[in-house]
Design a protein around this ligand. Structure first.
Ligand SMILES: [Zn+2]
Length: 205
């Protein structure tokens, strides 16, 4: 699933890079004296300036990285970045919306760690990968988030699992709409939002 050009423009292809201390650095905060790696392929990225003076990260060597090719990969990194900001108290809340249901907020205090590309077994012979896996403070999986254009024919019921359209996430990473049309059993940690509180939740940074 390719990345639409409007999302490339919005997220500048490589939306953040990792510095030598593994910190997530957006291009506009990058320093000339640091070296940076791509969060997806871990290869070197360099800071560049476009003709319009926009600062962005580009791979030093053009390779086979999916961050600038695949919408699910880009969505994974964008949501990871927004979740980390939310957990550190710097960004707007991340909400989840289920079909014909209220919106729920992901409470930061319940989240211990977030892992990228986390595999889980769904039978003795088959495993699937969550683009993002949210774990609690005791390292139990709270929910797996998988980006895909359509919901699975047979939904995952072994784990709390959210299927999200990557383009919808790239459109608004603060409101994740579940692709499932059935009202699912919600992960226990999701808190419903009072409608009156919704009014001033920012959509964008
Ligand atoms: Zn890369």
């Amino acid at each position: 699933m390719k990345i639409k050009s409007k999302f490339r423009a919005k997220y500048k292809t490589v939306p953040y890079a990792l510095d030598s201390k593994n910190r997530m650095i957006p291009p506009e905060k990058a320093s000339k004296h640091e070296s940076y790696r791509c969060p997806q392929c871990k290869k070197t990225v360099i800071v560049r300036k476009s003709k319009l003076k926009n600062i962005y990260f580009a791979h030093y060597r053009r390779g086979n990285c999916s961050i600038d090719r695949s919408a699910p990969t880009l969505a994974k990194h964008i949501l990871y970045q927004k979740l980390q900001e939310w957990l550190s108290g710097k960004g707007p809340p991340i909400e989840v919306k289920f079909f014909l249901d209220r919106r729920y907020v992901i409470p930061p205090q319940e989240i211990g760690t977030i892992k990228l590309d986390h595999q889980v077994l769904i039978s003795s012979a088959k495993s699937i990968t969550a683009h993002l896996a949210l774990f609690d403070n005791w390292n139990q999986l709270l929910v797996g988030i998988e980006f895909r254009p359509k919901k699975r024919a047979k939904s995952i019921n072994q784990y709390p699992w959210l299927e999200i359209d990557p383009e919808e996430c790239l459109e608004n990473p603060y409101l994740l709409a579940s692709l499932s049309t059935q009202k699912e059993e919600l992960p226990f940690f999701m808190r419903p939002i009072q409608l009156s509180l919704n009014l001033d939740i920012p959509k964008e940074e």
